[in-house]
Write a protein that binds this ligand. Structure first.
Ligand SMILES: O=C(O)c1ccccc1N[C@@H]1O[C@H](COP(=O)(O)O)[C@@H](O)[C@H]1O
Length: 208
């Protein structure tokens, strides 16, 4: 089965076109003002419109969002899904209120952190942010991929956190992930996507 890939933190046409050309399954737009990858709904709108038919799906990333924030974005852009950093109950409420597929991000440090039940459409399994981090994800931090071995995932899930072209193949093999998500690992500086790294990442994720 082909490993699915999400390229997150798209801010411009260069990153978007590279993700499309590489065959990414999803592209992510970060609606969190403290991120170096932050975009407004107005900035993301032309990028989402530029996505080719049959190309990557557009995912909006939100950190503890209010309903008004989500409504504003969804009124401006046709998103295919949202990635939520909040409690499972809040993510489920967002899914129910807005009728948009919702993935909940779960920070993992030990096996006990792996969700055993799920009321949303999917899970983004990533490392717990380091102490003092300014954001709950996008910290280029890996966790012990063997923690997911034998885990009976309650929903589709993707692996995230510190993935790069040179470690994603091992990460997939060790974790058993069928989908991966990357932001920092395909950048030359925070918020600056590299077409070459995006291409390499997608190829490496899908290499046997
Ligand atoms: O990318 C960000 O700035 C960000 C901010 C707030 C929450 C999540 C964020 N990024 C997501 O975190 C994971 C892992 O990212 P990385 O590859 O380690 O940089 C991924 O889902 C990013 O989209």
């Amino acid at each position: 089965m082909t490993v699915k890939v999400k390229i997150c933190g798209i801010r411009d046409e260069v990153g978007l076109d590279a993700a499309c050309a590489a065959g990414a399954d999803w592209v992510g737009f970060v609606f969190f003002s403290r991120s170096p990858r932050h975009v407004t709904a107005l900035q993301a709108a032309p990028l989402v419109r530029r996505l080719p038919p049959g190309g990557p799906r557009a995912i909006g990333l939100f950190v503890r969002p209010t309903d008004d924030e989500i409504r504003h974005v969804l009124d401006t852009i046709a998103l295919d899904g949202v990635q939520i950093y909040d409690t499972p109950a809040r993510a489920a409420a967002i899914r129910a209120r807005f009728g948009v597929p919702a993935w909940l991000a779960a920070g993992i440090a030990t096996r006990a952190d792996l969700p055993q039940s799920c009321t949303v459409d999917g899970l983004v399994i990533e490392s717990r942010p380091p102490a003092g981090a300014q954001r709950p994800g996008g910290n280029a931090q890996v966790f012990d991929w063997s923690l997911t071995e034998g885990w009976q995932a309650p929903a589709p899930w993707m692996l995230a956190g510190g993935l790069r072209p040179d470690n994603v193949c091992e990460a997939v093999a060790r974790s058993g992930a069928r989908a991966v998500d990357v932001s920092s690992g395909v950048e030359t500086a925070p918020g600056i996507k590299s077409p070459a790294l995006i291409r390499e990442f997608v190829r490496a994720a899908r290499s046997p």
